[in-house]
Structures are given as structure tokens and as C-alpha cells.
Design a protein around this ligand. Sequence first.
Ligand SMILES: [Zn+2]
Ligand SMILES: [Zn+2]
Length: 134
Amino acid sequence: MAEVKKFVCSHCRYLLEVSDRGHPYFLSDEGKPQFFSEAPREEQVEAFLQHSAGRELAGQERAAFLAQRTGTMSDMLCVDCGGKFKRDVDRQELVCPGRKCHSNNVFAVWHLEGKTCPSCKTGHFKLKRLTAVP
Ligand SMILES: [Zn+2]
Ligand SMILES: [Zn+2]
């Protein structure tokens, strides 16, 4: 089960939707984030381990490798320019990638409640609906 939140701006009705599932990814051998596609997740993790570890890993060694090379990115919103992007909040710098923006006024969409709307700069985001999806 995942949860989906819908936020709406109190002024201009700007609507945003986000799932708590996020975007699972692994780091390629070149250190670039590559997103896992939708299910089946286990098979993709195995393929990644075989390709990148180069040998069988088990137990702690496997857990450590996965901790180092995989993560989850969250949907982010810059409340200054309205730019949307993805970041691993545990690992990456939280700065807007917008060319002229570089604001650090960025938030995970999941935690957007009460933040100022970047579209009208007047309203605030309110939680419209929280639903559970399979
Ligand atoms: Zn608005
Ligand atoms: Zn920005």
C-alpha cells in the first residue's frame, strides 16, 4: 500500500499530487542515478547487484552495498520558481536546479502543507485528500 496526497492552493487552485512511495534508484558504476522501473523490483535489484558488485554478496556485505548504492528520491517543489524536480533528501544537496534560481526554498511535495504557492505567490497549499492505493 502506498499513500497519495493531493494538495491544492487556497487561492489559485494549483493542484499537486504525490505518492509516499517515491522514486527508488541505484547509482550506476559511473555514479549516475538510474531509476528502477515499476515492478518487479526484486529482479531489478538482483540484476543491478550482479552487474555492479561483480560477485555474489550476502548478509551484511550485501546490505552495505545496497545502502551505499541505492536510495529513494522524493518529488520536490521550489516555492520560488515553481520548478519540480527529484532529490534524495538524505544524500543530495537541496537546491533548486533551475538555471537562474538556485533557491534553497525547496520542499518535498509530501511536506508542502502550509507552504506558499509558487504559481500565484498568494495562496497556501492545503491538503485536499489523502488516499491509500494498492
Ligand atoms: Zn496559488
Ligand atoms: Zn527554483
